[in-house]
Design a binder for this molecule. Structure first.
Ligand code: CMC
Length: 425
């Protein structure tokens, strides 16, 4: 592999260094381009831009490969627990048995949110979207835990964030249905705690359903990282300015909210409901995506990186079938989703554009079967993505020679003009 690329601009040749990743990915290093040539690159939406070197997650979109720290996503979804995956992403390796125990204890001990923060929940209207609450509450944690200079302080805040985010998420749900908050309990595991805080009521005993726990474990692992996506890039960009962990992750939550990104899981279920109410006419909606007069998109389909299949969607499709039957849930939306997928995958429009179901196509059906309300779906995505965001925030902060992220632009506005006094306009 050549270690240099040559650029010819207005007849003048410039050498550019080439960086090759451990999986053979090739990047032309243009960091000296402007100094050498006066020109910059133009890549709106960053589809061809590597913004960093990263050792966290590897994706080969052509072959449908996704690995966290070298481990295949299918193995992690099958064998790991979500806290183990958090440890893997953040610290770079799977925990040993004593480390696993210590990590679990720390995640449990820091689950309570400050009692004063409960008052914040009272201030939100009952109809507030839980993503807005989650983002605001995570940013607010910085008011309670401002120290983040030393390695130990940062590490403690990472644990606090992982532990408290699930409490905040469950409290925002309880607030939306007008039920009292259920506090975390130290004898429960991470997922048991979350499910108990979501679904227990003070007057009745509550036991976590093993099918639900295990499906949630898988879902969170599948969402835990996805390299330089919109929200992770947001976290890295905000963090590059020196913003603290809570502020940076809160920005990531906001970035995730949009329907083209994490908000797609909610949008998929809303779309499937529309199709069901319209007599399950799949072809009509596939045709609508192709119509020039409509901007309708099949939500849960397509991906910037995957051009073959999304390995997460394959696992979730299998899991959805199994979990619904184990829980005895008969959801007509699963049938509609499967039929819609079949019709779309046979359609030349989708084939030519390499559009396949993505992780959000089946995740909503699983969340529904667990009893999680539709507007909480993106919050579930955020809980899963937390360790990925944290790992990237840390990686960018510790990268040798890290600088503030600051892209350039090609200006296309007016050139210099004379000031016009008000009476002459
Ligand atoms: N339905 C119909 N057509 C589509 C879809 C879709 N879901 N997605 C892409 N296309 C078409 C698009 O119109 C374009 O067609 P043309 O070449 O004729 O203009 C072509 O496929 C290429 O699409 P693109 O918009 O250039 O692709 P992108 O890489 O910019 O966008 C995407 C990727 C995921 C935003 C997009 O596929 C999309 O909007 N999908 C629906 C929303 C969704 O499911 N998002 C969740 C993504 S997975 C979770 C996550 O990581 O966030």
């Amino acid at each position: 592999m050549t270690q240099n690329a040559k650029l010819v601009l207005e007849g003048k040749e410039t050498d550019l260094a080439v960086t090759v990743g451990t999986e053979g990915e090739v990047g032309i290093d243009i960091s000296a381009l402007r100094a050498k040539t006066g020109a910059i690159t133009l890549d709106p939406s960053f589809a061809n831009t590597g913004a960093c070197e990263s050792a966290i997650t590897y994706i080969d979109g052509e072959r449908g490969i996704l690995r966290y720290r070298g481990y295949d996503i299918a193995d992690l979804a099958e064998y790991a627990t979500f806290p183990e995956v958090c440890h893997l992403l953040i610290y770079g390796r799977l925990p040993t048995p004593p480390e696993r125990e210590e990590f679990r204890t720390r995640l449990t001990r820091h689950s309570l949110v400050h009692e004063d923060m409960k008052k914040f929940f009272e201030g939100f209207p009952q109809t507030a979207h839980p993503m807005g609450i989650l983002s605001a509450m995570i940013a607010s944690l910085s008011a309670y835990y401002p120290e983040d200079d030393t390695h130990e302080e940062i590490d403690l805040n990472i644990i606090r964030l992982l532990a408290k985010a699930k409490t905040i998420a469950a409290f925002s749900y309880k607030k939306s249905i007008g039920q009292p908050f259920i506090y975390p309990q130290n004898d429960l595991t991470y997922l048991e705690n979350f499910l108990t805080m979501m679904f227990a009521v003070p007057s009745e005993p509550y036991k976590v359903d093993e099918v639900v726990r295990s499906a949630l474990n898988k879902l969170l692992i599948l969402h835990a990282d996805h390299e330089q996506n919109c929200s992770t890039t947001t976290v890295r960009v905000v963090g590059s300015g020196g913003a603290n962990l809570f502020a940076s992750i809160s920005a990531g939550v906001s970035a995730l909210w949009g329907p083209l990104h994490g908000g797609a899981n909610q949008a998929v279920i809303e779309m499937l409901e529309v199709i069901r109410k319209d007599g399950s006419n799949y072809q009509k909606y596939v045709d609508l995506t192709k119509s020039k007069d409509s901007d309708f998109k099949l939500m849960g389909f397509g991906h910037r990186v995957y051009k073959n299949f999304d390995p997460r969607a394959l696992i979730l499709k299998q899991s959805a079938d199994q979990v619904l039957s184990n829980l005895g849930v008969d959801d007509p939306l699963l049938e509609i989703a499967m039929r819609l997928e079949e019709v779309a995958l046979a359609d030349p429009y989708f084939v030519e554009r390499k559009l396949y179901p993505n992780v959000d196509f089946y995740s909503g059906i699983l969340y529904r079967a667990m009893g999680i309300p539709t507007d909480m779906f993106t919050v579930m995505f955020a809980l899963g993505r937390l360790p990925g965001w944290i790992a990237h925030w840390l990686e960018q902060r510790n990268a040798p020679g890290a600088r503030i992220n600051r892209p350039r632009q090609i200006y296309t506005g007016e050139t210099a003009r004379e000031w016009v006094p008000l009476e002459d306009r």
